[in-house]
Design a protein around this ligand. Sequence first.
Ligand SMILES: CC(C)(COP(=O)(O)OP(=O)(O)OC[C@H]1O[C@@H](n2cnc3c(N)ncnc32)[C@H](O)[C@@H]1OP(=O)(O)O)[C@@H](O)C(=O)NCCC(=O)NCCS
Length: 394
Amino acid sequence: MQIRQVTADERTDTMFPLQTYAFMPSPWADADRETYARRMQYYRTAVGLVAEEDGQALAGVGAFPMRQNVRGTVHDMAGVASVATHPSARRRGFVRALLGRLLQQMRDQGCTVSTLYPFRASFYGRYGFVGLPRVRTATFAPEGLSHLLKADLPGEVERLPMRDAFDDYTALTLRLLGERHGFSVFDEVRTAEFRDTPRWVALARVEGEVVGAVTYRIDRFGGDLLADDLLTTGSLGKALLLQYFARHVDQVACVKLKVGTDEVPDLWGTDFAVLTEGRVAHPSSNGPMARLLSMEALTGTSTPAEQAITVEVVDDDFIAGRYQLTGEGGQLTVEPSKNEPRATLTCAGISALAYGVLDPIEVVTRGFGQVEVSAVEPLSALFPKRMPYLFADF
Ligand SMILES: CC(C)(COP(=O)(O)OP(=O)(O)OC[C@H]1O[C@@H](n2cnc3c(N)ncnc32)[C@H](O)[C@@H]1OP(=O)(O)O)[C@@H](O)C(=O)NCCC(=O)NCCS
């Protein structure tokens, strides 16, 4: 077996059959191949690796060069996708070899974190990834928000096709990349594909400044308004967009809207009937996962703690080692250390702390390491729990 990097143009002959067999209805039509080939113009900066035998691609993996906010620091991120093996070549270690090579290459390219959407979390747990929260869907009838119809809010909402809203929408995502923990975006090459997404965009503005946006479509008169992520810079943007949805009261029965785990739709109104759910199921409906590819890159991460601790990271090709973690003046510093560690963590364990999804005790109970009793408080203080919102879906 040989591993080879393929160009975007080569993907149609190598990765397309593997991916399409794995993830799409099949057998596929010729038109599906042509659609894939056309889309490859947006994959020019993505890295594609295939494992070949006798010139035939039997497994493939890919990564998008992306960026992600982790506690206020924007990292270069490898967004891993397109992981598939031909059924006759499964369980021969092809993806294990490909993933190792891919993460190394993305690390060499400067990526300090990586995320993916797993088919089964335990599979990627072996490679150091830990689960992040799944996005929630809030489902409600627009009349539940009728109190907002009378509210005189200082701003307005404009409805545009994505093509016309694209620049404003993309600018808002870039602003949120700098402001929101966990938020991630593709590079310009991949983002360009979304210009033609068949979606409306509701853009909320206050004195000309975009303070919120949501993409959506309506399935039929009296049906559902199917919205994607509720993106806002704060409460006013949210109120403007919810008011806009309230105005669909005699047009749709239901609004379905994606929100982060930090959002509590029950509190959007009095007597407001809403179902908020985040169903996890294998293989098609999992929350994302993330891992660190560099410990030193955590230097500069915001932290409220004024203390230091030595930890050891074990069993990992990229970040194994002993580190001194120091919180000072609102920022974390990470340096190599020779001190005795007070916590021994796997990559998943330290990644869970850095991303804010588990506290030190949960890290231990989940099997991601050992933490001395005296280390629980400093680690909790250095890495307060804080749920990330990934946004990008790939
Ligand atoms: C999942 C998939 C990509 C695995 O590819 P593969 O080439 O068979 O994987 P490998 O042989 O390299 O397996 C790596 C390890 O994971 C284990 N493994 C493989 N498939 C697994 C599964 N479905 N569940 C749990 N463990 C699995 C292997 O036993 C191996 O363990 P080892 O390192 O201890 O030997 C392949 O089965 C596939 O294409 N499935 C359909 C598409 C899909 O789900 N892709 C993933 C999208 S996120």
